[in-house]
Ligand binder design. Sequence first.
Ligand SMILES: NC(=O)c1ccc[n+]([C@@H]2O[C@H](COP(=O)([O-])OP(=O)(O)OC[C@H]3O[C@@H](n4cnc5c(N)ncnc54)[C@H](O)[C@@H]3O)[C@@H](O)[C@H]2O)c1
Length: 355
Amino acid sequence: MQSGEANQRIARISAHLHPSNHQMEESSILKRAECRAKGGAPGFKVAILGAAGGIGQPLSLLMKMNPLVSVLHLYDVVNTPGVTADISHMDTGAVVKGFLGQQQLENALTGMDLIIIPAGVPRKPGMTRDDLFKINAGIVKILCEGIAKCCPNAIVNLISNPVNSTVPIAAEVFKKAGTYDPKKLLGVTMLDVVRANTFVAEVLGVDPREVDVPVVGGHSGVTILPLLSQVKPPCSFTAEETEYLTRRIQDGGTEVVQAKAGAGSATLSMAYAAVKFADACLRGLKGGAGIVECAFVSSQVTELPFFASKVRLGRAGAEEIYQLGPLNEYERVGLEKAKKELAESIQKGISFIRK
Ligand SMILES: NC(=O)c1ccc[n+]([C@@H]2O[C@H](COP(=O)([O-])OP(=O)(O)OC[C@H]3O[C@@H](n4cnc5c(N)ncnc54)[C@H](O)[C@@H]3O)[C@@H](O)[C@H]2O)c1
């Protein structure tokens, strides 16, 4: 055996005996990662920013299982070494690398096709999503500045709340940097759709996988507008059922915040919803046809600059944005309420950057 090879084997064995320190990028484990990378499956490169959090961890786990992902970068300001070591042992195709702290943000982002952002603080009982604004607005700004610099062509899935304001913030950051592509910035409202499908299925007594409820508007309180008149398969609801379902879908997040009693907001169902949405984006990037999901995007569907509605996902991101379709009287009233609150939240986001 050549001495170079022998040295490599010794280095690999000693890397197992003396696990890496927290400087993930620098350690001798790096060589092992490179070895594994050669065996990685072909696919997309995905980064999760806020990967060590309540949403970030199950989201990282589920993305590691996604066969469309070849490289998975996990970035956070805390605890990524542990999360990365843990998830990297899963025998799925994606190669996982961890990045810790802002000095490693650029390496985490470079070359990525899709960025998923669940970074930020979650709600506690009594807080609205808007109360999170100050902290999360600053976090989203920093992360988007990094994206503009290192992977301006990547699709961005923004989860950090308040989505109604953080998406306009991200748009302003990208505009300032000259990299804004409205098709590639998507606020994740999939959890509202997931909840709507579940609650409607409960009322109808059917399997939620057979139900598709469009949810439009935004992602907070009355801005969440389920279009129960457009549920598939076609069905009808009494006025009482409509009121119950609309309220429950709008307050779904608060239901979880209260049940968790101070321990945060939805994380597991959110991770599921985020992966469902990210998977749709990746299938779109791959050239798949007829991929339609709801998302909060730059829009001309109403007079507001951003609005959630059904979008068709393709190679360029949200390639087509669908009109709302016929609304009933209950939904028309809901739409007016939603637009009023949305307008303020959008303006708040824009002003945060333009101030
Ligand atoms: N879009 C939705 O439907 C939806 C649903 C639920 C929660 N959320 C939002 O998602 C966010 C995360 O929720 P969570 O429960 O996972 O919170 P969490 O506190 O458990 O995790 C957030 C993670 O973000 C990290 N973080 C903080 N600052 C960062 C920075 N500058 N760069 C990178 N990472 C950073 C933290 O270290 C932490 O690991 C919150 O804003 C929450 O309101 C959105």
